[in-house]
Design a binder for this molecule. Structure first.
Ligand SMILES: [Cu+2]
Length: 186
């Protein structure tokens, strides 16, 4: 009888773990500017576009544009503010560029064609540092969550630590323990 309860608890735990994993791994693809794409035509408000989406680590940002007229440069915050295209961190020129978001924090892009960034063809993708998905949060936040992560060169705005991920795992462990304990009581 007790064994059956434990088995049921374990089955429940596996289902819950799968749900959490699905939430973590489900990557969305965002086409920058939606139907307008990556352009200077029509005064697309990329700030507004970014604000209406919720980005997370694992998402893909796709820039679609005519490579004759535009490009994509990944830049630092300082370069982004100044529209300084002299030393981008990366340059993309295919006209259909998919960029993987691998860290939390801000990711800055603009078009490197002279005048285009100034005209508003610039994009700030912000991945919130706090987990968006509702996860059981332990009341006593463990210091183990602080894990140093490598910064991308030249950018001081990339993620400092995958703290959300660590919290997630800690939360999952707590749920596992709770379910397991319940299983024994029943
Ligand atoms: Cu352009």
């Amino acid at each position: 009888m007790a064994m059956a309860s434990v088995n049921r608890a374990v089955a429940l735990l596996i289902v819950m773990a799968e749900v959490v994993l699905m939430q973590l791994c489900e990557a969305d693809v965002y086409k920058v500017g939606d139907s307008a794409g990556w352009t200077t035509i029509g005064n697309v408000d990329y700030k507004q576009w970014a604000a209406t989406n919720t980005f997370k680590v694992g998402d893909i940002i796709r820039f679609e544009y005519s490579p004759q007229f535009h490009n994509v440069m990944r830049v630092t915050h300082a370069m982004y503010r100044a529209c300084n295209a002299t030393a981008p961190l990366a340059t993309f020129t295919t006209g259909n560029d998919s960029i993987n978001i691998t860290t939390k924090g801000h990711h800055f892009f603009f078009c490197g064609v002279p005048g285009h960034c100034q005209a508003g063809q610039k994009l700030d993708i912000n991945v919130p540092r706090t987990a968006v998905a509702a996860a059981p949060t332990p009341t006593n936040s463990a210091p183990a969550a602080i894990v140093p992560a490598p910064n991308s060169p030249g950018s001081s705005f990339s993620a400092k630590a995958p703290a959300g991920m660590a919290h997630h795992k800690l939360g999952l462990a707590m749920v596992a323990f709770a379910v397991f304990a319940m299983g024994f009581e029943i």
